[in-house]
Each structure stands twice: as structure tokens, then as C-alpha cells.
Write a protein that binds this ligand. Structure first.
Ligand code: FAD
Ligand code: FES
Length: 333
């Protein structure tokens, strides 16, 4: 069970990974008492993180997320990207059904610093599919990883705006996905379709150079449009689709620039659709400790994006985080 703190909460609060190291260092994103304040301000009336912390010596140890797992499938997407199927425990596959789930993965013989965050694309009972684009050493060594790999998981904060995604039923959702970010888009699309939502997906090949989730999304019941690369990175097509539809949720899967563009489009068209984006921060430890994932939200405050779940609008504002003039999109003028 995940605790409810509005749209601003720790994604691991109340899970087997709670309390985490941040409770011990006085930086728990959820519990004001653990942060040294006098008053409880967590805003949630269920299981108390502070109590979990106090009962730690009596509870089973915090889950170790590390597992040795079998590589049970491999498919080439093209010369730049591939799919991996991993056989994992039923318990882990159950946890990874949540949208936004990802794992850290590395070949068994590679050193610790080869662990790479990779989104879950699809979950079967006791197995997951991942899609990997080779961009550097960590993703290249995974191409022929051997019979087994080391996996750390579950990690949950691969998407921002999870609360909105998890609460939408019988609504209209739009997925805008480019390149390798099609993987988490399929995962969210499947989740939304299971909840009776209508899902429309606009897919671009991106740097991978291939659209690899279209058939699967169609099989599941989504309406899919395939789009070509364009000088404005698809901004006009995104704007036209958002303007024409009446979406309850818009989800952007791609680079930060795309998230910023979509935030701007939503703001300029005055659409109040819930906004969901991939979390593109550099994630090294995934435990709130290393600091590699700290990013400024639109308000200026810095958040540890491996732990901190935010409404994507708070992260992207109305498009002000990256300097929108660069995008050159003109909706009104
Ligand atoms: C939540 C999350 C989910 C992701 N899901 C996928 C996925 O499903 N498939 C996929 O192919 N890639 C995914 N990535 C990106 C993938 O983690 C990086 O491409 C990979 O770590 C690059 O490592 P490298 O050694 O191959 O390349 P490098 O040469 O080290 O880096 C190439 C680029 O990747 C970025 N990068 C490097 N290390 C990390 C890191 N630890 N975390 C985030 N970005 C990093 C760098 O900033 C750089 O821009 C995901 C990233 C995050 C944060
Ligand atoms: S990834 Fe290390 S603090 Fe977030």
C-alpha cells in the first residue's frame, strides 16, 4: 500500500523499502518528525512512517532489492536497440505492475557502477520485458549479458504524476512517446486500458529509429498513430491532437525538451488534463543518497527525483523550466 500525501509524497513510503536511509539521516521526504520538526505534517491518517521507524528493530529487515535473475528472452529491435525478457519472482513481477516501475540492471561480472536504470515495458507472471537503447558503456554491455543478470528492484519513480495516472478510470488518455521511451508508454498504456480508459497513442521513432510498441498497443485496444521525425520534434502534431481531443490525462514519454513543450501546449490551450512525464534524471543509487537525481521544480525547490513523487505540472510548470523560446512553437500568434 502506498501512502497518500496529495501529489507530493515519497514513492516508497509505506512499502517494504520504508523506512529508508533518509529516515536515519533526518531527511525523510514524508515524515516531518523524522526531519526533526516538532509537529507531524504528513497529512495522512494511515500507517505512520515514524512508527515504522520506531518499530524497525522488531520488523523484518528492510528489503534488499538485489536479485540474480535468468535472461529468458532476447529480441533485436534494430542495430541500436533490443528487448530483454527476464524471469523474476512472482512477488517482484507483482510489484513491477505499477506504472513508473523500473529496475537497475547489470551483467553479473560487471562492477557495481554498471548498474543502469531501465523501465519495465511489460510484465508477465514471473517475467518482465525491458527495451534497451545502446547509448554508452552500460547499455552496450547489456546486449549480450549472459544467462543471468543482477537486478535491483522494485524502483517506482520512473514517472512523475503517478497519482493522476493511478486514479484515472473510464477516462480519455493521450500517450505521446518517442524512441526508447515507448517502453514505459506501453506499460502505462496497458495499465490505463485495464482500467477502462480510452487510450490514444502518438508514436515517433526518435533516436532508436523504430516504433516497436504499436502492434502491442493496438492488440490491447489503443488507437495508435505513427508519426515521422519533423524539424519541430512533433510539437505541432502534439498541439493539434491535444486541441482536438478532450483528454483527462496527457502523458509525455521522451526527452525533457518534449515534456517542456507539452507543458507549454497544455498551458497555452488552457487544458486542465492531468499531466504525466517520464523521469529523465540521472539515477545512480535510487535510494535518495547519492544526489545525482536532484532537479529544480518549477517553484525552484530541489527534489530528489528517485524518491519524490510530484505532480508533473509542479516539475515542469507552464513550460518555464528550459526556456521555451527555443522551442519556437506558436499556437496563438
Ligand atoms: C527512470 C529511468 C528509466 C529508464 N529507462 C530506460 C529504458 O527503458 N531503456 C533505455 O534504453 N534507457 C532507459 N533509461 C536511460 C538509461 O538509464 C541510460 O541511457 C543509461 O544509463 C545510459 O548509460 P550508458 O553507460 O549506456 O551511457 P552513458 O554514455 O553513460 O550516458 C549516455 C546518456 O545517458 C544518461 N545516463 C547515464 N547514466 C545514467 C543513469 N544512471 N540514469 C539516467 N541517465 C543516465 C547520460 O546522462 C547521458 O545523457 C532510463 C533512465 C531512467 C532515469
Ligand atoms: S538516485 Fe541517488 S539520490 Fe536519487
Amino acid at each position: 500500500m502506498t501512502l497518500f500525501y496529495g501529489n507530493d509524497y515519497c514513492v516508497d513510503a509505506g512499502t517494504n523499502q520504508c523506512p529508508c536511509h533518509l529516515a536515519e539521516t533526518g531527511e525523510c521526504p514524508s515524515c516531518s518528525i523524522l526531519r526533526g520538526e516538532e509537529v507531524c505534517r504528513c497529512g495522512w491518517a494511515g500507517e505512520c512512517v515514524y512508527q515504522r521507524y520506531l518499530l524497525r528493530p522488531l520488523s523484518p529487515g528492510r528489503d534488499n532489492r538485489l536479485q540474480l535473475v535468468r535472461v529468458s528472452g532476447y529480441e533485436n529491435i534494430n542495430e541500436r536497440a533490443y528487448l530483454l525478457r527476464l524471469t523474476i519472482s512472482d512477488e517482484l513481477s507483482h510489484e513491477l505492475r505499477r506504472p513508473g516501475s523500473y529496475v537497475f540492471i547489470k551483467p553479473v561480472s560487471a562492477p557495481e557502477f554498471f548498474f543502469t536504470p531501465i523501465s519495465v515495458m511489460e510484465v508477465e507472471n514471473g517475467a518482465i520485458w525491458l527495451a534497451v537503447e545502446m547509448v554508452g558503456p552500460k547499455t552496450r554491455v547489456l546486449r549480450y549479458p549472459g544467462r543471468e543478470v543482477l537486478v535491483k528492484g522494485p524502483y517506482r519513480n520512473g514517472l512523475m504524476g503517478l497519482r493522476a495516472a493511478e486514479s484515472l478510470t473510464y477516462g480519455q488518455a493521450l500517450l505521446l512517446a518517442k524512441g526508447i521511451a515507448q517502453a514505459p508508454a506501453l506499460h502505462l498504456g496497458q495499465y490505463l486500458l485495464r482500467r477502462g480508459n480510452d487510450v490514444t497513442a502518438l508514436l515517433w521513432p526518435g533516436t532508436v529509429g523504430a516504433v516497436f510498441i504499436a502492434n502491442r498497443l493496438r492488440e490491447l485496444g489503443a488507437a495508435v498513430r505513427l508519426l515521422e521525425k519533423s524539424p519541430d520534434h512533433g510539437a505541432r502534431e502534439m498541439a493539434a491532437e491535444i486541441a482536438a481531443g478532450s483528454y483527462d490525462l496527457v502523458a509525455s514519454f521522451g526527452p525533457d525538451r518534449q515534456h517542456q513543450t507539452v507543458a507549454d501546449i497544455l498551458s497555452r490551450l488552457d487544458r486542465r488534463a492531468a499531466y504525466v512525464t517520464t523521469n529523465n534524471a540521472v539515477l545512480t543509487c535510487g535510494e535518495g543518497i547519492c544526489g545525482s537525481c536532484l532537479v529544480p521544480a518549477a517553484s525552484g525547490r530541489k527534489v530528489r527525483t528517485c524518491k519524490h513523487q510530484l505532480d508533473a505540472r509542479e516539475l515542469w510548470g507552464a513550460g518555464e523550466r528550459l526556456g521555451l523560446s527555443e522551442i519556437g512553437l506558436q499556437l496563438r500568434d
